[in-house]
Design a protein around this ligand. Structure first.
Ligand code: ZN
Length: 253
């Protein structure tokens, strides 16, 4: 059924005028073929694992920056997909989750744990590696979230993540929560969310390169915006933000 659903999804995205295929090395499944189903970034996929450009970017960054994760305890803020499959089969332990506000904090439904990145239920210093893709722009209080992510990371541990990142310095706040109500500062922008579907999830901000300062404020050191050396044909690559918690040498690298 998974394959059938994937084929249906691919068919729905297909624009035959822009169809291209090319041999490529996938960071998750090795030698593979990438396909361009249409002219958008989202139309480029690995045909073996269906990884998108965002997932391929963080996969290449993991290989280039972190290396072998087999001795690491890993946390990712999604619960399905090619990145999750890779982390689950490669790491010593893996915890995936989705934000499901209708559930109690830390509870699970259909095997999917609920975590709010602003108030994590994980204990202090329990992960060697944390990953997330296109999450933080949807979090109302990103300072609280970065502080929580720092708290659950072990000394020496690393966090790799993507957000839509502009080349400008200043982050633009698009919305904020005031007394539990969303206040729009700019026209609302919604990003599609494969877990929730529907019309998408509100983006609270457009990050600039001052995201480095936000991570420093939460306590992270050695923060870099890494552009992986590998490129995805037709789509380039996404920058990946790498932040490390200071401490003794990490054992996962
Ligand atoms: Zn793949």
């Amino acid at each position: 059924m998974k394959l059938l659903a994937r084929l249906r999804h691919a068919w729905s995205m297909l624009d035959s005028r822009n169809l291209r295929v090319s041999a490529a090395a996938c960071p998750f499944c090795g030698p593979s073929v990438f396909v361009r189903l249409n002219a958008t970034e989202a139309g480029v996929r690995c045909i073996r694992c269906a990884a998108s450009v965002v997932h391929l970017s963080i996969g290449y960054a993991l290989r280039e920056v972190v290396g072998d994760i087999c001795h690491g305890d890993v946390c990712e803020f999604s619960a399905a997909g090619p990145l999750v499959d890779f982390l689950r089969r490669s790491a010593r332990s893996f915890s995936g989750s989705e934000y499901q506000p209708e559930l109690p904090a830390g509870a699970s439904r259909n095997g999917v744990r609920n975590e709010d990145v602003q108030h994590l239920t994980y204990s202090d210093e329990c992960f060697d590696l944390i990953t997330h893709t296109e999450v933080m722009e949807h979090v109302p209080d990103d300072a609280a979230a970065f502080a929580e992510l720092f708290r659950v990371l072990r000394p020496g541990g690393m966090m790799l993540f993507t957000v839509p990142l502009s080349s400008h310095h200043d982050t633009i706040e698009r919305a904020r929560l005031a007394d539990g109500q969303i206040e729009h500062l700019l026209d609302p922008v919604y990003h599609l969310d494969p877990f929730r579907g529907g019309s998408g999830v509100l983006a609270y901000r457009d990050y600039g390169t001052d995201i480095v300062g936000r991570l420093q404020h939460a306590g992270f050191e050695r923060i870099e915006i890494v552009v992986p050396r590998c490129r995805v044909r037709w789509a380039g690559i996404r920058p990946v933000i790498v932040a490390q918690r200071a401490g003794h040498d990490s054992t996962h690298a």
